[in-house]
Design a protein around this ligand. Structure first.
Ligand code: FAD
Length: 310
C-alpha cells in the first residue's frame, strides 16, 4: 500500500506529491489527465517568479519535479469510488474505472474543477482567442478593449467589476430577468460608468474573424429578436463545477459539490485530505492550488506519524 495516494495530477496534486515524497514516504499519484487544467491554458502571468509561462510547460515541469522524488505516477486512470477505512489508521481504498483497487494509509483528493461552457457555436473555436473564463488570469490581456461577461451571479458581477477597472467597456449579459448577485455587488456594479447590464439575454454565438473574437450574438428573450455586440473579449461566468460527482455520499461536500475542508486540508473522513479547485478553498488559482496541495500533504504526514496503523 501507499503511505499517501494523490488523486489528481494538476498543480495541487503535484505539489502534494512532492511534499509527501520528500518526507521519504511511499507516494503515488494517479490522474485522468496529468497536468489538469494547465493543459488548456496558454499564457500564465500570475504565477510568482514567472513573468510569463505556458500551461503545458508548467505541467511538464511539475511532473518532472514529482518524478525526481520517485513519486509513482499513474496517468490515464480515473478514480470512481473512495472506500473509507474500516477504522482510523486503517487502509483507504480507491477504486479505478479499470476495476483495480489501490490501497493507501492516507489520500489527498485534488481532482480540480471545470468551467461550465455556454455550448454555443464559436465558443470552443475562440477559447484563449477572446473567450476567457478567469478574470484574474486574463483580465489584463483586454486592457482598453470592449468585453462582455456572461452570467449575473456573484462570479459574473465580481468579474464585471474587476474588468471595469482595466478594460474600456463591460457588457454584462444575464439570461434571467434579474441579476442573482448579492445586492451590495449589484449596487457597486451599477455605480460604474463603463458597465452596461442586459437581462433576458440568451447568448447564441461567439463571432470571430478566424483569428480572434470580434463580437457576440444573443437573443433578446423579451422580444425574441437577435442582437449583436461588437467586442474583443468574452468572459464566461456561469459556474465552475468541481470534479467530485464520484464522491457524493462518501464525504462532506457543500451545496456546490466542493469538498468541505478545514484550514489544514482535512475532509470529513479520517486520513482523507483535499486540496485545490475541488475544495471549498476560495479563489481557484494555480498558486493557491499548489499551496493547498503542499498543506494537505503536510497534514497527511502529520496524520501518519500520529495515528497508529490499524
Ligand atoms: P486541476 O488542474 O483541475 O487538476 C485536476 C486533476 O485531477 C487532473 O489531473 C484531472 O485529470 C484529475 N482528475 C479529475 N477527476 C479525476 C478522477 N475521478 N480520477 C482521477 N483523476 C481525476 N490559474 C492561474 O493561476 N493563472 C492562470 O493564468 C490561469 N489560467 C487558466 C486558464 C484556463 C483556460 C483554465 C481552464 C484555468 C486557468 N487557471 C489559471 C486556473 C487553474 O488552472 C486552476 O486553478 C488549477 O489548475 C487548479 O489546480 P488543481 O490541481 O486543483 O486542479
Amino acid at each position: 500500500p501507499f503511505d499517501l495516494l494523490n488523486i489528481g495530477g494538476g498543480p495541487a496534486g503535484m505539489a502534494a506529491a512532492v511534499y509527501a515524497a520528500r518526507k521519504g514516504i511511499r507516494t503515488g499519484l494517479l490522474a485522468e489527465r496529468m497536468g489538469g487544467q494547465l493543459n488548456d491554458t496558454l499564457g500564465i502571468e500570475n504565477y510568482p517568479a514567472q513573468l510569463h509561462t505556458e500551461g503545458p510547460k508548467l505541467a511538464a515541469e511539475l511532473e518532472a519535479h514529482a518524478r525526481h522524488y520517485e513519486v509513482q505516477l499513474m496517468n490515464l486512470q480515473r478514480a470512481v469510488r473512495l472506500l473509507p477505512a474500516a477504522q482510523p489508521g486503517g487502509l483507504i481504498g480507491v477504486e479505478l474505472a479499470s476495476g483495480a483497487v489501490l490501497k493507501a494509509r492516507s489520500v489527498v483528493l485534488s481532482t480540480g474543477a471545470r468551467w461550465r461552457n455556454m455550448n454555443v457555436p464559436g465558443e470552443t473555436e475562440y477559447k484563449n482567442r477572446g473567450v476567457a473564463y478567469c478574470p484574474h488570469c486574463d483580465g489584463p490581456l483586454f486592457k482598453g478593449k470592449r468585453t462582455a461577461v456572461i452570467g449575473g451571479g456573484n462570479s459574473g458581477v465580481e468579474a464585471a467589476i474587476d474588468l471595469a477597472g482595466i478594460v474600456q467597456h463591460v457588457t454584462l449579459l444575464e439570461f434571467a430577468d434579474e441579476l442573482r448577485a448579492d445586492a451590495v455587488l449589484q449596487a457597486k456594479l451599477r455605480s460604474l460608468p463603463n458597465v452596461s447590464v442586459i437581462t433576458q439575454a440568451q447568448t447564441t454565438e461567439v463571432l470571430g474573424d478566424g483569428a480572434r473574437v470580434v463580437g457576440l450574438r444573443y437573443t433578446d428573450r423579451r422580444s425574441g429578436t437577435p442582437q449583436e455586440l461588437a467586442l474583443e473579449g468574452i468572459f464566461v461566468q456561469i459556474g465552475l463545477v468541481p470534479n467530485t460527482e464520484w464522491l457524493k455520499g462518501t464525504l462532506e461536500l457543500n451545496r456546490f459539490g466542493e469538498i468541505a475542508i478545514d484550514a489544514k486540508g482535512h475532509t470529513s473522513l479520517p486520513g482523507v485530505f483535499a486540496a485545490g479547485d475541488c475544495t471549498t478553498v476560495p479563489y481557484k488559482q494555480i498558486v493557491i492550488a499548489a499551496g493547498e496541495g503542499a498543506k494537505a500533504a503536510l497534514s497527511a504526514f502529520d496524520y501518519l506519524i500520529r495515528t497508529p496503523q490499524a
